[in-house]
Design a protein around this ligand. Structure first.
Ligand code: SAM
Length: 248
């Protein structure tokens, strides 16, 4: 399984992704403005790896002049269905379809890790105007919450993985060298029906590229276990957003 096929795995599941993945808490956009040093209203923003537009919708709602960039067919199609008022351009973080010095803020909502830093960092430097900012963020389940920690252990067993989904340092450890980032961790939660939680889980690339019969069995077992933890059928998902912002 190449990194490229993994990066494209979202396309076949774009509708489920858009319907079940969590958005981001409003405090995230406040933190982006604070660390970037300017307001989003009126700013020229490009949201790279925009997917179905979960992050883009929030940037747009703050009054930014936002354009989305997305490499995947399925994701771009779902984006257009969900957010027809925002332009989406086909392209990726390694080769931005944007003019030099034309952007105030570049955002990568859970997409920076799909880029090749040897190519994506120079592209960031080219496209940002002087004084512009780069914002990267990831939303991870918090395994310090007991039921999430237990689910995490089951996931690690299923995938044969050593690492938990969220390690305090892991996200920031992967930041590109030679750039000074301001960082923040923002905890938040949402309550969703059990079937939405399971669809959300199944929309991660690890599941999308795995044997689909085994995935169905795993998710069915998770459903049974979690029905015991959440008898009213509503799952409290607890997250930590790791945000890193650098000024150009
Ligand atoms: C986990 S999704 C995040 C989508 C969206 N930003 C969000 O917050 O829900 C990752 C996205 O990165 C896109 N992607 C894959 N390779 C990429 C690359 N090299 N540059 C930019 N985006 C990429 C995928 O197509 C997918 O839409």
């Amino acid at each position: 399984m190449t990194n490229t096929s993994r990066a494209r795995s979202f396309d076949a599941a774009a509708a489920a992704y858009g319907a079940s993945r969590p958005s981001y808490p409003p405090v995230l956009l406040d933190a982006v403005e604070e660390l970037a040093g300017f307001a989003l209203a009126g700013a020229r923003v490009a949201d790279i790896g925009a997917g179905t537009g979960l992050g883009t919708a929030l940037l747009h709602a703050r009054g930014s002049r936002t354009v989305a960039v997305e490499p995947g067919d399925g994701m771009a199609e779902e984006f257009r269905r969900r957010l027809p008022e925002v332009p989406v351009v086909r392209g990726d973080g390694n080769h931005l379809p944007l003019r030099s010095g034309s952007v105030d803020l570049l955002t990568y909502a859970q997409s920076w890790h799909w880029t090749d830093p040897d190519r994506s960092v120079p592209e960031v430097r080219r496209v940002l105007r002087p004084g512009g900012a780069l914002a990267l963020w990831w939303n991870d389940s918090d395994p310090a919450v007991p039921w999430i920690g237990e689910q995490d252990a089951r996931l690690r067993k299923f995938f044969g993985a050593a690492e938990t989904r969220y390690d305090e340092r892991a996200r920031f450890r992967g930041l590109p060298d030679g750039i000074a980032f301001g960082t923040l961790r923002l905890p938040w939660s949402r309550r969703v029906p059990l079937d939405v939680h399971l669809a959300n889980l199944g929309s991660y690339s690890d599941f999308l590229v795995a044997d689909q019969e085994e995935v169905r069995d795993f998710l069915a077992r998770e459903g049974e276990l979690l029905a015991g933890v959440f008898p009213d059928g509503m799952v409290e998902e607890t997250y930590v957003v790791s945000l890193a912002v650098a000024r150009h």
